[in-house]
Design a protein around this ligand. Structure first.
Ligand code: ADP
Ligand code: TRP
Length: 333
């Protein structure tokens, strides 16, 4: 039996923060290390182009997200790691799939629908701020997924609909041209905690409450000192299980350290001391990856070489299926 294919796309966004790391990167790296499947991870840079139209920013974000994953331990010898825009087969398939996708399906896709509805509420033209890339975003995502006969697609909850659309599109193609594409399933990790930000709400770029992953130690310390706490006096016992500081600590410390920290809570650690301990443990865990990240960013050619090699492997995997698709639609006798 052939190995299961696990594929996921990483959208280049702003500075990666602790929430992204704990909620998305860490579990994905664990999955990639687990072994018995073929894993494909790629930088979805042309999806990024739907909203980043500044040349410098586009480049910086693509390298930065690739550098972050590599620095955190993504092993390009175990995972096929590539940049979407280096694999032209995806865009060829995307067009073919677009021709079989009803516009109505795209009208219902959540990202477009949200902007559309907001525009109507604001009383402006319903399609203000919508480019065709954004509108057909799910078709490109379907091509990303279907081109590699993916079995499993690990995603955040907000992306479930897009994987379901990819399934619908695959079914539509198979109905017309015969069994061609595998129907992919999404994987959502329900157990991952929602990491709180500095103000206690979900850590998110949109709330401006993040702790970025690769800050200088001084900034990291400053940010940690801003984590919101309650007014329990310094010596009084504190509940570790309702504490955001404890929650973050658990993600970075060894089990014995966690137990020790729990005891300190119960015997009354001050918030100041707890933050100091949190800083120590996060800083120690991120010291090496931070160094590696800055080294990679200083020499983006290294990142390019890794991504190009990944694209070579991805294209070799994709070519036979694209040839089959072209043959089925009538391109060859
Ligand atoms: P942001 O909210 O900062 O814009 P994204 O929407 O780009 O973050 O999320 C990228 C990935 O990180 C997604 O898989 C998402 O589920 C995960 N993620 C983001 N914020 C958190 C958080 N606070 N806790 C856990 N996971 C998160
Ligand atoms: N749309 C995904 C996101 O916003 C990124 C993505 C692009 C993706 N193509 C994909 C995820 C294919 C999984 C599979 O996060």
């Amino acid at each position: 039996m052939s190995k299961e294919i696990v594929l996921t796309g990483i959208k280049p966004t702003g500075k990666v923060h602790l929430g992204n790391y704990i909620g998305a990167i860490k579990p994905a790296l664990q999955l990639a290390g687990a072994g018995d499947c073929t894993s494909l991870y790629f930088i979805a840079d042309y999806h990024g182009l739907t909203f980043i139209q500044d040349r410098e920013e586009f480049n910086h974000l693509s390298y930065s997200i690739a550098g972050t994953w590599l620095a955190l331990g993504l092993d390009p010898d175990r995972v096929i790691f590539y940049r979407q825009s280096d694999v032209p087969e995806i865009f060829e398939l995307s067009w073919i799939l677009a021709c079989l996708t009803s516009k109505g399906l795209m009208n219902r896709a959540h990202a477009y629908k949200a902007i559309h509805e907001q525009n109507i509420q604001l009383g402006v033209d319903a399609d203000t701020g919508v480019n065709m890339g954004l509108f057909t975003y799910p078709v490109l995502m379907a091509a990303d997924i279907l081109l590699f006969q993916s079995d499993k697609v690990p995603v955040g909850k907000d992306q479930i609909q897009h994987v379901e659309i990819a399934r619908d599109i695959a079914e539509g193609f198979n109905r017309i041209y015969g069994d061609t594409f595998k129907l992919p399933d999404y994987m959502v990790d329900e157990s991952t905690a929602v990491i709180p930000g500095l103000d206690g709400r979900k850590m998110s770029k949109s709330y401006n409450n993040t702790i970025p992953l690769f800050e200088t130690p001084e900034n990291l310390k400053k940010l940690i000192s801003k984590i919101k706490t309650d007014s329990t006096p310094p010596q009084e016992p504190k509940d570790p299980d309702t504490s955001n500081i404890f929650l973050l600590y658990k993600e970075f410390a060894a089990p014995a350290q966690v137990q020790d920290f729990r005891n300190q809570y119960l015997s009354g650690i001050s918030w100041g001391e707890a933050k100091q301990e949190l800083f120590q443990v996060i800083n120690a865990a991120l010291e090496e990856p931070r160094k590696k990240y800055h080294e990679l960013m200083a020499e983006p050619e290294q990142i390019d070489a890794i991504l190009c090699e990944g694209a070579r492997k991805a294209r070799a995997l994709a070519a036979p299926l694209l040839a089959q698709v072209k043959s089925r639609i009538g391109r060859y006798k």
